[in-house]
Structure formats: C-alpha cells, structure tokens
Design a protein around this ligand. Structure first.
Ligand SMILES: Cc1cc2nc3c(=O)[nH]c(=O)nc-3n(C[C@H](O)[C@H](O)[C@H](O)COP(=O)(O)OP(=O)(O)OC[C@H]3O[C@@H](n4cnc5c(N)ncnc54)[C@H](O)[C@@H]3O)c2cc1C
Length: 388
C-alpha cells in the first residue's frame, strides 16, 4: 500500500507545462502529485494573463508538425471540460518581403500546406483596415491561428487533472531533490517520494536543477506586456475579426513584435516586443529597462494609426530563453527518471498539451511521439555544467 506521500510521479511547477504533464500522467492512471511554490493562481512566472497566440506560423517544420496534433488536443480538452479555450482570428505576418525571416515563415507555412492568404499592397487595406503596410513589406495570414484564453486554459488543465484523481499542493516550494531509483523531493511542508520526477519550473528551472547537479544555459528575461489604447474604441477588436499579428524583424527592431486584438481589456490592444532584459525571477521588477517600449512606440506610430503610441498599461511576464530558442525536453543526463521541460523561450504556451504528452511519455520511459533531437540537452555541449 502506498502512503499519501508516495507517488508514481511528482511534477514540480504548476505552470502550463507542468499542469498539462500532470494531467497526461493522471490520464495514464499514474498516481501524480503536482507541486507549486506559490498560492494558485499566481502572476509570478510565465503562464499568467488572459491571452496567448496559437499559430502554426514557424520557421521550422518540426514545430508545425507538433502543432497539427496540438490543435486537436486543445479541441479535445475544450470538449472534455466544456469550456472555450480557443478563438480563431488568423495571424497576420508582416515583414520586409525579401528578408530571410519573412520568407522562411511564409515558405514553411506553404510547404506544410497550412491554409494561408497572401496579401499585397492592392488588397491589404481592404482585408486589414487601420494598419499601414510599410513600403517593401510583405503580408501573409496564417488562417488557423488565433487566441488561447490562457488563464482559463491553465485552470482547466489543473481541474481536469484533479478530476482524474491528481493531487495539487500549492504554496509548497521544492527545496531539495535527492535522485535515486526512488526520487526524494523535499518541500517547505514535507518529503515525498516518486518513481519519477518531472521538472517544469519555468524561470526557476536553473535553481531547481542545481539540486540535481546540472546547469543549463538558460536566461530569464522580463517582458514588458504593453497594452495600447485605441483612439476609437473597437478599432482593433476581436469581435470585428481583427487578427493577431507578428512583425518579423525589420528596420526598427532586431526581434519580432507581436500583438493580439483588443479583447481582455476592451479598448486596449496588447502589443509586445519579443525580448526583454535579463533578471532574477525572485526580483522581477528590479528590472526597469524600457528600451523595448521605445521600439514598440516607433512601430506603433508607423503601423497602427488607430492606437495612441504610449502604453496605457504595462504588466510583466518572464521568458526563459535557451541559446537557440528551442525547448528543453529530455531526461536528466545522469538520472533517467528525472525529466526536464524547460527553456520555453517565450513561445511554449500553445504547445502545452503536446509538451504534457511528451514529458509524460519520457517519464514513463516510453519512446516519445516526436523526434526530440532539437530539444535534447546534448546540443548545449560545452555550455552545460554537470557537477556529477
Ligand atoms: C509576455 C509573454 C507572452 C507570451 N506569449 C506567448 C504566445 O503568444 N504564445 C505562446 O505559445 N507562448 C507565449 N508565451 C510563452 C509561454 O507563456 C511560456 O512558454 C509558458 O507559459 C511557460 O510555461 P512553464 O510552465 O514552463 O513556466 P511557468 O508558467 O513559469 O511555470 C513554472 C511554475 O513552476 C513553479 N516553481 C518554480 N520553482 C518551484 C519550486 N522550487 N517549487 C515549486 N514550484 C516551483 C513556478 O512558481 C511556476 O508556477 C509568452 C510568455 C510571455 C511572458
């Protein structure tokens, strides 16, 4: 008989990736514990906020292929829980027509037969009013894209996990991990054991991995989540079918700029820069650099004449970046029963259901459903430190 401190699997971190992993494990009848350091829900990590973009528009075929199944898993969850998590809006991608970044996304969409609409200077404003397409810019719409209701999605994954018998303990920070055939996990409230452990600690991954003697090249950056006021309320509203958008790197910025139609705050549109400044997740708001906001202001003045080019509301969220911006989905190099899901590099939310499935497969010792070579730890050779 197992006690209430013995589990088949312990998942550390109840963000979107940990919550979906726990849910998948419970679906496979594994006795699973999901541990979270803060009282749920919270706004300290990477998965909070009401919206995220879901899209197939990527540079690499492997992400497009993962998203094929992922859309199905999101729809299954909506059906199972009876909640709406996704709203199709399309994603408008704009960027210098001849640039590599714009062409790569466009070609990948077309090669993978994702439904798209290519817009040109003559028909652009008829389809997308109140947006200026810059001279020399191209535009293509990923029709399958849209908005995910993020807070609701996170809550739904956790509720479904609990309905399957899963246990969530929040306000319980993991303070130590002792690897072994049975892993011992100490928290601020006690000690648990499990046959396997999954670490999905978001910006705190490096801190937790220290207990296992592994150092990965992860960098935490704070993103200023900016909301911009519409001059005429409703101009860019989701109800008017305004799409999500992505501006590939261009004259004003070396990184992408992305935005979502006004939705969660009526009259305000969310537009963010896909980079921020390095910081410590436990002292997030010590970082006050606003150079990203200067870039956004210039872009908004140029492209979105219906917005006031000053952010009305600025919130914070953290990215955990890997050097190549691809995820870490792998076994711990020294302990096969410790699995790591980390470094989601500011684009992991949409993949939540499929990440959960993959991390569950890894923790059960199964062959994963996807080729995980882009996500393996060994690609950091020379940049990882192992004290083992
Ligand atoms: C501004 C912004 C916009 C984004 N936009 C998009 C988008 O449009 N589309 C998209 O797909 N993705 C997007 N992302 C990225 C996406 O949100 C993240 O990749 C994803 O949320 C990462 O989830 P996570 O579970 O890895 O991390 P987190 O959500 O941070 O979860 C980790 C959890 O682990 C807990 N934890 C850490 N240490 C411990 C410990 N010692 N003990 C117990 N618990 C612990 C933390 O408290 C936290 O709750 C965006 C991110 C940001 C910040």
């Amino acid at each position: 008989m197992s006690t209430n401190r013995e589990f088949d699997c312990i998942v550390i971190g109840a963000g979107i990736q940990g919550s979906f992993t726990a849910y998948q494990l419970a679906k496979r009848n594994k006795k699973t514990l999901l541990l979270e350091q803060f009282v749920l829900p919270h706004t300290r990590g990477s998965s909070h906020g009401q919206t995220r973009i879901i899209r197939k528009a990527y540079d690499q075929d492997f992400y497009v292929r993962m998203m094929e199944e992922c859309y199905e898993l999101w729809a299954q969850l909506e059906k199972e829980a009876g909640v709406k998590l996704y709203r199709q809006t399309g994603l408008l991608i704009m960027g210098p027509e001849k640039s590599e970044s714009f062409q790569t996304i466009k070609n990948t969409l077309q090669r993978n037969k994702v439904p798209t609409v290519v817009l040109n200077r003559d028909n652009f404003s008829q389809h997308i009013p109140n947006v200026n397409l810059a001279e020399g810019d191209g535009a293509v719409v990923d029709v399958t894209a849209g908005v995910l209701y993020a807070d609701r999605a996170l809550k739904t994954a956790q509720v479904q996990f609990q309905k399957l018998g899963g246990v969530i303990r929040d306000k319980e920070k993991v303070t130590d991990i002792k690897p072994g055939p049975v892993v011992k996990v100490s928290t601020s409230a006690g000690v648990y054991t499990a046959k396997s452990v999954v670490i999905t600690a978001g910006p705190w991954a490096s801190q937790l991995l220290q207990h296992t003697g592994l150092e990965l090249p992860l960098e935490v950056v704070k993103i200023n989540v900016c909301y911009w006021k519409e001059k005429v309320p409703g101009t860019y509203d989701v109800k008017r079918r305004f799409p999500c958008f992505l501006l590939t790197e261009g004259e004003e910025s070396s990184q992408n700029i992305y935005g979502l139609p006004s939705n969660e705050y009526p009259g305000l549109m969310k537009v963010c820069y896909h980079d921020g400044s390095k910081g410590d997740p436990d002292q997030r708001d010590l970082q006050t650099d606003r150079s990203d906001i200067d870039i956004l202001q210039r872009t908004i003045a140029r492209c979105f004449p219906g917005l006031l080019p000053k952010p009305a509301v600025v919130e914070s969220c953290l990215y955990t970046l890997t050097p190549d911006r691809h995820f870490v989905l792998d076994h711990h190099p020294a302990y096969s029963n410790i699995v790591i899901g980390a470094g989601f590099s500011g684009h992991g939310f949409k993949f939540g259901p499929i990440i959960g499935k993959i991390l569950c497969e890894l923790s059960l010792g199964e062959v994963p459903s996807y080729d995980l070579s882009p996500f393996q730890i060994k690609r950091f050779q020379g940049k990882t430190k192992s004290a083992l």
